[in-house]
Design a protein around this ligand. Structure first.
Ligand code: ISL
Ligand code: CA
Length: 547
């Protein structure tokens, strides 16, 4: 049986409002994306993940959907969307769309109906509870901070929201909710999309008994024991998956935030999601090779034969890895960014690149609260002020939580607004855009961009890289070393994260005759038998083997 397309794809996340503004209003849109498809093809990515573009008041930049089958006018029209799909497909690219099944905008007609009276037929489409002792039904906190319950004066009950109060959680035990959402998925599949990225998919069920959540003794933070990963969530997911998988080739990646690999692994495999995001590999706050090594191994141990890992280090919810792992030394930052790229594109799993990482875009930090856009950051600010903190302290607390860091306009050129737009964008520009942009990076020999391009092309050429299983996975000093094997070939990957050179042992690592394929430090290499890996060097060899 031929492997599904997504197993060898290189995905690229496009944050809708920040990729390219096609109509000059300072907000990214479909026309803008279409104008950059050739750029993306040149980079070599062949799977695009679009963040939500549905009609939305955008309290959380579209993760609050008010109409699941309409395009938000900020991003264009349905014709623009269809043109985008056509153009992407014409270039051999697949498209997956981000769908938020867990909650709707409070402005969605379903919720308007639901809140209109206790007896409305859609009342139970959402999670309503009576007050307890004159307050909320339990102690559950929203993931953005503050209580997860909002009191509705008109009907005298609380509704549940895991995120902002404008993002109301649906009641997935209700069969009509499931049917309605399957219809939504069918609608987009009929439009020709190739799959879905499913937002917070492990949140679809909360504990029916609504017990209080416990607190972590050390940090004092609430543990989300009863509001995610609950019994029954897999049934709901299996139902969605059965429906979507009726369409040949339709792919589903689930966002499942869990540090527990035993929890994570429950969500993917036969009859379930194709893959789930594993945040544990790439989300650490500072760079740790021990952690990388441990997580790679854990992924290998935990995954069953029908499970495929994901590989990513940045997203619209995380600070960019180049800044996060930074050392205030641009040279070292750049070296490490290349090593991360090498890992993402050669290790076992499906890579998800984040727009702008290919040129080493850095984090943005809001200098005033007026510059801040993200609801999570703004909520932290409000709560800090309410807690009696000064505005400086509150701004610091807000910046710690704020996800604007990685959401700034794509830096295409050295123009005032980075070639993203002719007018001032909806969010501030990231640092150094005059020098750090696609145009400049394409011309700079040895740039991060050049390395990404080379890596993607190499990955595409070699089944051992895009489809291989590990034949060996080990750590030697500061180097991660692995051999992958598939379809009559082997690839050896050595990534030195340290400042010391490492002599690779003579022979024995690869069967056959190893051919040097790539390095970020040199053009060519001699015999692998006497190879000395340089500091911060990533190198790949390929060899043919007899099957
Ligand atoms: O669970 C978390 C922290 O314990 C979060 O990381 C959570 O998984 C994450 O914030 C969910 O993100 C997704 O859903 C949000 C939206 O704001 C994000 O942008 C989206 O990626 C609500 O829809
Ligand atoms: Ca626009």
């Amino acid at each position: 049986m031929e492997a599904p397309w997504w197993k060898s794809a290189v995905f690229y996340e496009i944050y809708m409002p920040s990729f390219c503004d096609g109509n000059g209003d300072g907000i990214g849109d479909f026309a803008g994306i279409v104008s950059k498809l050739d750029e993306l093809r040149e980079l070599g990515v062949d799977g695009l993940w679009l963040t939500p573009f549905y009609l939305s008041p955008k309290v959380d930049n579209g993760y609050d959907i008010a109409d699941y089958t309409a395009i938000d006018p900020d991003y264009g029209t349905m014709e623009d969307f269809e043109a985008f799909i056509r153009e992407a497909h014409a270039r051999g690219m697949k498209v997956i769309v981000d769908l938020v099944l867990n909650h709707t905008s409070a402005e969605h007609p379903w919720f308007r109906e639901s809140r209109s009276s206790r007896t409305n037929p859609k009342r139970d489409w959402y999670i309503w509870k009576d007050p307890v002792n004159g307050g909320p039904p339990n102690n559950w906190e929203s993931f953005f901070g503050g209580p997860a319950w909002e009191f509705d004066e008109a009907t005298g009950q609380y509704y549940y929201h895991a995120f902002a109060k404008e993002q109301v959680d649906l009641n997935w035990t209700h069969p009509h909710v499931r049917t309605a959402m399957k219809e939504v998925m069918g609608f987009w599949l009929d439009k020709g999309i190739d799959g879905f990225r499913l937002d917070v998919i492990n949140f679809l069920k909360v504990s029916g008994a609504f017990p209080d959540n416990p607190y972590d003794a050390a940090t004092g933070e609430q543990q989300h024991a009863h509001d995610k990963d609950q019994v029954g969530v897999l049934d709901a997911i299996a139902e969605i998956c059965a429906y979507v998988h009726e369409r040949e080739g339709a792919f589903m990646v689930g966002e499942v935030g869990s540090e527990d690999m035993d929890v994570l692994r429950r969500y993917s495999g036969t009859g379930l999601l194709d893959v789930v995001f594993n945040f544990n590999l790439g989300s650490q706050e500072t760079f740790s090779l021990d952690r990388l090594d441990t997580e790679l191994r854990k992924m290998e141990e935990v995954h069953a034969s029908d499970q495929v890992p994901t590989l990513f280090f940045s997203s619209h919810d995380m600070p960019r890895h180049i800044s996060r792992f930074g050392e205030c030394n641009p040279e070292l930052e750049e070296k490490r960014a290349k090593l991360i790229a090498a890992l993402m594109l050669t290790a076992k799993g499906v890579p998800f690149l984040y727009y702008g990482d290919e040129i080493g875009m850095r984090d943005f930090v809001a200098e005033t609260i007026e510059d801040m856009r993200d609801v999570q950051g703004l909520t932290a600010y409000r709560l800090a002020l309410a807690n009696g903190q000064s505005s400086e302290e509150a701004l610091r607390a807000a910046n710690a939580k704020c996800r604007d860091k990685s959401r700034t306009p794509m830096q295409w050129t050295d123009d005032t607004y980075g070639g993203f737009s002719a007018v001032e964008p909806w969010i501030g520009m990231g640092p150094q855009h005059r020098v750090l942009n696609v145009r400049a990076e394409k011309q700079r020999p040895g740039s991060i961009y050049a390395f990404y391009r080379e890596l993607i092309a190499l990955r595409r050429r070699h089944p051992a890289l895009h489809a291989g299983d590990y034949a060996r996975l080990e750590r030697r000093e500061d180097t991660l070393l692995y051999v992958k094997r598939a379809a009559g070939e082997e690839a050896l990957v050595a990534i030195n994260f340290g400042a010391k050179p490492l002599a690779l042992p003579s022979g024995g690592l690869l069967a056959g005759k190893p051919r040097f394929a790539l390095s970020n430090c040199r053009e060519s290499a001699g015999n692998i038998a006497s190879f000395i890996l340089r500091p911060y060097e990533a190198a790949v060899w390929v060899s043919e083997i007899n099957q």
